[in-house]
Design a protein around this ligand. Structure first.
Ligand code: COD
Ligand code: ATP
Length: 206
C-alpha cells in the first residue's frame, strides 16, 4: 500500500483555514483539525485538564477548560502561552498519530492536516507539502474583529505568536487566496489534482 500523502494546511488567524478544510472534506479528503483536537482534549482529557489547572487554575471548571477564561489568563500573563503550548502540543501528537494511522489503514491517497501553528512547531519537516491560505491584512482583520468577544488586544496577542503571513506564503508549496468561495473551491480542486497526479508518478504542477 502506498503511503498517504500528508498535506499541511495553515494560515494566520482568520485567513480561512476552517472554510478551506471544509472544501477538502466536500471533495471526500480526510481532514484532521488541530484546533478541534485541542477543544476535544480540553473537555475530555483529564491529564491535559489537570496540567492546565496547574498553570491557570481559574480557567478550569467542572466541564473542563473554559477557553474564554483561558484566553483572559493568556492576555494577563504572556508567560503562560509557551507553557500552554508545550502541554497542548504534546497531548495532540497522539490524537494526530491515530488519524494518520487510520488514513493509512483505510488506503487514503491523501489527507489534510489543518494546523494553525504549522511552521511555528516545525510540522513542515514531517508533512509532504504545505498549503497556506491567505488574504489581505485588512480583510483578515475585519473578519476576526467580527467575532464575538474579540478585541484589538487579543487579535494582536494571537498575531504576535504566529509566523507572519508573508513568510508563510514564501515557505508554502501551494497558496490559496481566500477572497471568494468559488475561487478558493476551484483552487482546492487544482491542489488535489496536482497531488494525486504526482502520486501517480508525474511531477506536481506547483
Ligand atoms: C487561545 C485559545 C484559548 C483561544 O480559544 P478560542 O476558542 O477563543 O479560539 P480558537 O481555539 O478557535 O483559536 C482561534 C485561532 O487562534 C489562533 N491560535 C490558537 N492558539 C494559538 C497559539 N497558541 N498561538 C498563536 N495562535 C493561536 C489560531 O489561528 C486559531 O485558529 C485557544 O486557541 C488555545 O487554547 N490555544 C492554545 C493551544 C494551541 O496552541 N493551539 C494551536 C494548535 S496548533
Ligand atoms: N474563500 C473565502 N471566501 C470568502 N470568505 C471566506 C473564505 N474563506 C473564509 N472566509 C471567511 O473568513 C472568515 C474566517 O474563516 P475561517 O473561520 O475559515 O478562518 P480560520 O483561518 O479557520 O480562522 P481561525 O484561525 O480563527 O481558526 C469566515 O467568516 C469565513 O466565512
Amino acid at each position: 500500500m502506498s503511503k498517504v500523502f500528508l498535506l499541511g494546511l495553515t494560515g494566520s488567524i482568520g485567513m480561512g483555514k476552517s472554510t478551506t478544510a471544509e472544501m477538502f472534506r466536500d471533495a471526500e479528503i480526510a481532514v484532521w483539525d488541530a484546533d478541534a483536537a485541542v477543544h476535544e482534549l480540553y473537555t475530555t482529557d483529564t491529564e491535559t485538564i489537570e496540567k492546565i489547572h496547574d498553570i491557570a487554575p481559574i480557567a478550569v471548571t467542572a466541564d473542563g477548560v473554559d477557553r474564554q477564561a483561558l484566553s483572559r489568563c493568556l492576555q494577563a500573563d504572556k508567560e503562560l502561552f509557551p507553557k500552554l503550548e508545550t502541554i497542548v502540543h504534546e497531548a495532540i501528537r497522539t490524537h494526530r498519530a491515530a488519524f494518520i494511522e487510520a488514513c493509512q489503514t483505510t488506503g487514503q491517497k491523501m489527507a489534510v492536516l489543518d494546523i494553525p501553528l504549522l511552521f511555528e512547531t516545525g510540522a513542515q519537516d514531517w508533512l509532504d507539502a504545505v498549503l497556506v491560505v491567505s488574504v489581505d491584512a485588512d480583510v483578515q482583520k475585519a473578519r476576526v474583529m467580527e467575532r464575538p468577544g474579540m478585541t484589538e488586544d487579543v487579535f494582536a496577542m494571537i498575531l504576535s505568536r504566529q509566523t507572519p503571513d508573508g513568510e508563510k506564503r514564501a515557505r508554502a508549496d501551494y497558496v490559496i487566496e481566500t477572497h471568494d468561495l468559488d475561487g478558493a473551491r476551484a483552487s482546492v480542486q487544482n491542489v488535489i489534482e496536482s497531488i494525486l497526479k504526482s502520486k501517480d508518478g508525474a511531477q506536481p504542477d506547483a
